[in-house]
Design a protein around this ligand. Structure first.
Ligand code: AVI
Length: 316
């Protein structure tokens, strides 16, 4: 067991959340802790895997329907992208919309945000870019926009909405809708329900990148929270829970063991799991019902195999 160490304030906060999760009857760790530097790299790698259909299908939908999508978003709007990352998909929109009033990338990692802003400024010298460094799941402010504009349009690709439980997704939609006036919009990527085999393959890739992504969480806890997880004593587990309509990711303990996080002991039975992520899949009707209190689905575009959807929602 590692000796107890002094944790700084963010580590302390993370420690409290992680230990609280590990003390529940079904152990859990919030999925936001996947994304340290290595976790973000691994996620990028996941998006390029053959089995991981969401990213390339969403890009394809955007490409195939870009004229109609651009029309729905409307020129002279302000595009506010949540969790903008490297803004890859935004470039598709920007290339087809010469007259948007501003682009507001909202991103928690300042380094990532500023790097993207620098490269976008080179590529789109006439575009007004107003970066916001914030956790978009908490209330944030959109900076003043110099040009006149019609509406804010929230851009939320990647089906990240699927990582919230439905009740939490609704709370989030409610908060986001407060940024908009009636008529304002949201362009959102939503992964669709489909056969178990396709879904399970996407989270159990042959190269084992998703397994590394899942297990990386434990390496992070070892490093940042002075924990002593033996990585070889845990396995990646991902399956489709049909009743709940979600992929579940877990880390399964393959032995009876005790792990310590900064001196706190956590016991594992053999086969016991830590639930690390949910990824909900929706039918078009289910998603319409989910957003219905705040948004009307104006249009949903899908690929020919109905794997994924891009939807334009309008605030009621
Ligand atoms: C970020 N999010 C939409 C991904 C998903 O598919 O739920 C995260 C992910 N987890 C494993 N693979 C990808």
């Amino acid at each position: 067991m590692n000796a107890e160490a002094e944790l700084n304030a963010p580590q302390r906060q993370m420690f409290e959340e992680v230990v609280e999760g590990l003390r529940r009857p079904q152990k859990m760790i919030p999925s936001k802790f996947f994304y340290d530097e290595r976790g973000s790299e691994l996620f990028e790698e996941i998006t390029r895997l053959d089995e991981y259909y969401p990213t390339r299908t969403e890009t394809r939908i955007l490409e195939d329907h870009i004229e109609e999508i651009a029309e729905a978003v409307g020129e002279q709007s302000v595009i506010v992208e949540l969790g903008s990352g490297n803004s890859t998909k935004t470039r598709l929109l920007l290339d087809h919309m010469s007259d948007i009033s501003a682009y507001v990338p909202v991103e928690i990692s300042e380094e990532y945000l500023m790097k993207t802003v620098r490269s976008l400024k080179d590529e789109y010298p006439d575009l007004s870019i107003k970066p916001v460094c914030a956790d978009y799941t908490k209330p944030f402010r959109i900076p003043p926009i110099a040009k006149t504009f019609e509406y804010y349009v929230i851009f939320y690709p990647g089906s990240t909405i699927g990582n919230f439980r439905p009740e939490r997704a609704q709370q989030f939609l409610k908060t986001i809708s407060r940024l908009l006036v009636p008529g304002g919009g949201m362009l959102i990527g939503v992964d669709l329900k489909k056969g178990r085999d396709t879904l399970e393959a996407a989270y159990n890739d042959a190269k084992g990148v998703t397994a590394q992504f899942n297990l990386n969480m434990l390496l992070r806890l070892n490093r940042e929270l002075n924990a002593d997880f033996q990585i070889d004593n845990f396995e990646h587990l991902a399956f489709y829970n049909e009743e709940k309509g979600r992929i579940e990711m877990h880390l399964k303990s393959n032995t009876r063991q005790e792990v310590h996080l900064n001196g706190e002991a956590i016991h594992f039975e053999e086969g016991e799991t830590i639930h690390t992520e949910n990824s909900y899949k929706y039918s078009l009707n289910e998603f319409r019902a989910l957003v219905n209190d705040w948004f009307k689905v104006e249009k949903a575009w899908t690929d020919k195999d109905d794997l994924f959807s891009m939807q334009y929602l309008v605030k009621r």
